[in-house]
Ligand binder design. Structure first.
Ligand code: FAD
Ligand code: FES
Length: 277
C-alpha cells in the first residue's frame, strides 16, 4: 500500500508491469478492500460494498480503479457511498471486466486505487441544487446528495433510466430528498406515487434551482447542457488507460485547454466544456 502525494516521477501503479513515470501532485492511494456484499439490484446492475482504507476518498464524484485478475487495465467505477471504512459502488455489467467483478464473492480482497479524480464542488450548490443522473451516471450523485443535505441544502433529483427493470437506488435518494426525487423512464414502464414519468430527464427538470450537477451518457449530458439555465458541473465517464494522469489517453479539449478527464476531471464546470461537433 502506498500514497502518492507529491510532484515528481513515480513508478506507474496501474498494472505493476511498467516503469512509466508521471508528473503532477495528487493524493492517490493503493489498498486492498474486502468485499462484504455483491448483489444484483437491477438488470445487469450490482451493488458492491467493501471494507478498507477510505482515507484518500475526499469528495463525491471521485472514482476508484479496480485491478482484476487477468486484466491489464484497471476498471474505473464511481464512488456511490463512503462512510467510515465502508465503500459502496454500483456497476453495470457491460463487458468481461464488470462480468468478472459481478462474480467475485464476499470475503475476497480487491486491489483498488482510491482518491482518483477531482469530484463535485459541494460549495457551489446554493439552497436548491438540482442533481440529474442517467443510467450508470446515477451512482456518483448519491454521496453528493447526502453531502448536500448534510450541509443544509434541499436537493432536487431527476433520475433517468431506459426501463423499470433498470431502475436502482431510487429509495435511497428518496430517503434523503423525499418527494423532490423524480424517476423517469424512456418507455414509461416505471410507476410510483409520482405516477409514470415517460420521457427523458430533460423533459422533467424543475423550473427553479440554484445550481446543477449531472452525470450520464454523453447524449444526455449534451441535452442537459442545452436545457439548464444556471451554472453547473458535468461528470464524464470517458474511456481510460492509467486512470491517474500518466498516459494522456483521456485527454479532452476544453475552453481552458486540454484536460485529462481522469485527473483534472472527471467533473468539469459547464463553462469549461467544448463539445466535439
Ligand atoms: C470516471 C468513471 C466512472 C465510472 N463509473 C461507473 C459507475 O459508477 N458504474 C458503472 O457501471 N460504470 C462506470 N463507469 C464505466 C466503467 O468503467 C466501464 O463500464 C467498465 O470499465 C467496462 O469494463 P468491462 O471490462 O466490463 O467492459 P469492456 O470489455 O472494457 O467494454 C465493454 C463495453 O463497454 C464500453 N465501455 C467500456 N468502458 C467504458 C467507459 N468508461 N464509458 C463508456 N463505455 C465504456 C465499451 O466501449 C464496450 O462497448 C465509469 C467510467 C469512468 C471513466
Ligand atoms: S487515463 Fe491516463 S491520463 Fe487519463
Amino acid at each position: 500500500m502506498y500514497n502518492i502525494h507529491v510532484s515528481g516521477a513515480r513508478r506507474c501503479p496501474a498494472a505493476f508491469c511498467c516503469n512509466l513515470s508521471f508528473p503532477g501532485s495528487f493524493a492517490m492511494r493503493q489498498g486492498f478492500f474486502t468485499i462484504t456484499e455483491n448483489r444484483k439490484i437491477a438488470d445487469a446492475t450490482f451493488l458492491m460494498r467493501m471494507e478498507g482504507d477510505t482515507e484518500a476518498i475526499t469528495a463525491p464524484g471521485q472514482f476508484v480503479n479496480f485491478k482484476l485478475d487477468g486484466f491489464y487495465l484497471r476498471r474505473p467505477i464511481s464512488v456511490f457511498d463512503c462512510e467510515g471504512e465502508t465503500l459502496s459502488i454500483i456497476y453495470k455489467v457491460v463487458g468481461r471486466g464488470t462480468d468478472a467483478l459481478s462474480k467475485t464473492a464476499p470475503g475476497k480482497e480487491l486491489d483498488l486505487l482510491t482518491g482518483l479524480g477531482n469530484g463535485y464542488d459541494v460549495g457551489a450548490a446554493g439552497k436548491r441544487p438540482l442533481l440529474i443522473g442517467g443510467g450508470v451516471g446515477v451512482p456518483p450523485l448519491y454521496w453528493l446528495c447526502k453531502k448536500l443535505a448534510a450541509q443544509g441544502a434541499m436537493p432536487q433529483v431527476v433520475l433517468g433510466f431506459n426501463s423499470a427493470k433498470d431502475v436502482f437506488a431510487a429509495d435511497e435518494f428518496r430517503a434523503i430528498a423525499g418527494t423532490d426525487v423524480k424517476v423517469v423512464t424512456v418507455d414509461g414502464s416505471y410507476r410510483d406515487g409520482d405516477g409514470c414519468n415517460k420521457g427523458f430527464v430533460t423533459d422533467f427538470l424543475p423550473s427553479e434551482y440554484t445550481y446543477f450537477y449531472t452525470c450520464g451518457p454523453e447524449p444526455m449530458l449534451r441535452a442537459v447542457y442545452k436545457a439548464t439555465s444556471t451554472e453547473g458541473e458535468f461528470s464524464f465517464e470517458e474511456r481510460m488507460g492509467c486512470g491517474f494522469g500518466a498516459c494522456m489517453g483521456c485527454s479532452c479539449k476544453t475552453v481552458t485547454g486540454y484536460k485529462r478527464i481522469c485527473k483534472d476531471g472527471p467533473v468539469l464546470k459547464k463553462e469549461e466544456i467544448l463539445w466535439k461537433n
